[in-house]
Design a protein around this ligand. Structure first.
Ligand code: ZN
Length: 467
């Protein structure tokens, strides 16, 4: 194992606190046996509970795909309110979030020459349409987004840029950060180099003919060009054709639509604390999904896991601090709900004693990361000890709060991260295959068990998490 400075300082801090605690100085900061016993009981209950599965099955069946700003998004908001009420949350409300509206109408592509054949594509989120009848142009190939960045001005003049690098499969999901910029920023950069359109190899690890969508971000002052992702086997095919002949002509036909801004809503449910109700343990996931699948793993699972953990805790005993579950609006199209939440709740920032979002799919939790003060290490150690039977270890990563709590964590909210196994997540991420049958019930339950431990200790331990 690699010993880092932070591991070392944490170990020293733990040892110091232990010594002080032994002397009776810091007893108040230890997690009591009673809380630990209750958390252990919750762990076993969660492993045998079907609640998260039922919540996820309900959302993905009764609402299905729920692209932010679509009619289904409004249905999802109503579903969230009704689900919180049905489960007996003490307070349930919504908070408006202004969002842009975009939808895909059709998408088609074909290699015109040298070997004519259709290929499978999907428009990237926010992509403009191609000209009526489609855009036909030669391809200019870049091995990566970085190669496109380094290319001279005008090097894509009149062409369709193709970015071809493959995403690495890894439990941490680290490949996403490496190839993601091609999707996030490629269209703007290609346009700066004179391109008429962009296609990328899907940001995903599968071998299916199932292209991965996701946002592309245009830049002010840069012409908006149509942008799409090829499925991985279609990208393989294009790579083989490009290996035979440099001049390859592609026809891309995308029809999309943007409309006036609309309102979506953060949906919030609370279990009111018995002793310090103004103090909040904030958890949640994002309620919106892409339009292609039913958003079972992204992020129906996060909604189901956090709702179920809060409900199981409430059933056992009312928590001392308030547990707030936020179903965030419009994460996929630009983290609108998370940013709005941070603005709306700025005045009660210091009451958010700790927070975490579940937005890594439905794979098992592998590690617990944190972003807390040293004085809170006894609580973290207690969580880790209780999570050990679930196969969860300490992570030295600094918890970011994930996308939706990112702004809150930047503003100072302490956080943990329940880091999930991403080995399979990017096979179906943002594809039509993000459906309920990809979720393993026992892995979903493992998540709920881990979240119940974290939330129970955070809500009932009397110490502070402040950094
Ligand atoms: Zn997500």
């Amino acid at each position: 194992m690699k010993i880092t400075l932070s591991t070392l300082s944490r170990a020293l801090a733990s040892a110091t606190l232990l010594n002080l605690a032994c002397m009776g100085v810091l007893n108040a900061q230890q997690v009591s046996e009673a809380i630990k016993n209750q958390a252990a009981e919750l762990r076993e209950q969660a492993l045998n509970s079907e609640l998260a599965w039922d919540v996820l099955e309900s959302l993905t069946t009764e609402v299905g795909p729920r692209l932010a700003g679509s009619p289904a998004d409004a249905k999802a908001v109503a579903w969230g309110v009704a689900k919180f009420k049905e489960l007996g949350f003490d307070k349930v409300w919504t908070e408006p979030v202004t969002i842009p509206v975009w939808r895909r109408i059709h998408e088609k592509a074909a290699i015109v020459a040298p070997f004519p054949q259709a290929v499978t594509v999907t428009a990237l989120g926010s992509s403009v349409s191609t000209p009526k009848g489609g855009l036909m142009a030669d391809i200019v190939h870049f091995a990566s987004y970085e190669a496109l960045l380094a290319a001279p001005a005008g090097s894509a003049n009149g062409k369709i840029v193709y970015i071809s690098n493959k995403m690495e499969r890894h439990p941490s999901g680290r490949g996403y950060g490496k190839v993601g910029p091609g999707r996030f920023l490629g269209a703007a950069e290609a346009a700066k180099k004179g391109a008429l359109g962009l296609i990328i190899r899907s940001v995903g690890t599968d071998s299916q003919r199932s292209p991965h969508t996701g946002m592309t971000n245009y830049q002010d002052g840069v012409v908006k060009i149509p942008a799409a992702a090829l499925s991985n086997p279609d990208a393989d095919q294009l790579d083989r054709i490009l290996a035979r002949q440099q001049k390859v002509t592609l026809k891309l036909d995308l029809l999309t639509e943007t409309a006036a801004q609309t309102l979506s809503y953060n949906v919030i449910g609370e279990i009111t604390g018995s002793e310090r109700p103004q103090k909040i343990v904030a958890i949640g996931g994002h309620l919106d999904s892409w339009d292609l699948g039913t958003g079972a793993v992204d992020d129906g699972a996060g909604i189901a896991i956090t709702v179920a953990a809060a409900k199981l805790i409430a059933e056992q005993q009312r928590p001392k601090r308030t547990i707030r579950v936020v179903m965030f609006a419009a994460e996929e199209i630009g983290v609108y709900g998370g940013k709005q939440y941070a603005l709306d709740h700025h005045s009660e920032l210091s009451n958010h004693i700790i927070g975490a979002e579940s937005d890594g799919g439905a794979g098992s939790v592998l590690a617990l990361s944190s972003n807390i003060g040293q004085q809170a290490l006894p609580a973290l150690d207690a969580m880790l000890a209780l999570m050990a039977p679930l196969g969860i270890v300490r992570s030295d990563e600094v918890a970011s709060g994930s996308a939706d709590f990112g702004a809150m964590v930047e503003a100072g909210m302490p956080a943990v991260g329940l880091e999930q196994d991403h080995s399979e997540y990017f096979d179906i991420h943002h594809t039509p295959d993000d459906t309920l049958n990809k979720v393993h019930p026992e892995q979903l339950a493992q998540n709920v068990a881990a979240w119940a431990i974290f939330v129970k200790i955070a809500a009932d331990w009397s110490g502070r998490f402040d950094r």
